[in-house]
Design a protein around this ligand. Sequence first.
Ligand code: URA
Ligand code: URA
Length: 194
Amino acid sequence: MERLKQRILTCTACPLHSDRNHAIFGEGNTNAEIFLVGEAPGADEDRVGRPFIGKSGQLLDKILGACGFTRQQHVFISNIVRCRPPNNRVPTNREVETCIPYLHEQIDLVNPRIIITLGSTATRKLLNDESCKITAARGHWLQWNNRLLMPVYHPAALLRNPRLKKDTWEDFKKVIRTYRKLVDPSHCSEHFRE
Ligand code: URA
Ligand code: URA
């Protein structure tokens, strides 16, 4: 993992490296059973060098908190590409093809049972299915490389349209249920007991 980190932090394989302040390795428990995949760093992440620390990240932390999950203990958080695309545009196919092998390696090293893709781009790129519609795919478990994968809305989509939050909470209740079944039967969420 330390070698992977050094390769990511010094990567110059695509043009995105030239404007970056930081390449983002990811963070959390490197043995977590839940692996969260976002799209790409934004301005805040590029400035600080950590994933999901801007407005979307703060909402993500609230959702994780409601589930009884913390960044330090329960999850690892990473992205499809590691450097911020200009003006937060969607990463190009070329950029994704160059960068996504880092994500595949990182998932294998963390070896989670559960993967959650945040939003349309993360879902399409990880599943390698450009036709995937997040509104239809969200909330449904898929099998991906012998792991369970669930697409959910991106937190930025929830900030733009708060009415989607209800769906996302339903999706994360499924995650809590599966986490209890596969990982820790006594896992506690103040907001979801059953
Ligand atoms: N949005 C993402 O998809 N990833 C981040 O790290 C931050 C915002
Ligand atoms: N559009 C996106 O890019 N992501 C979502 O989660 C929803 C709409």
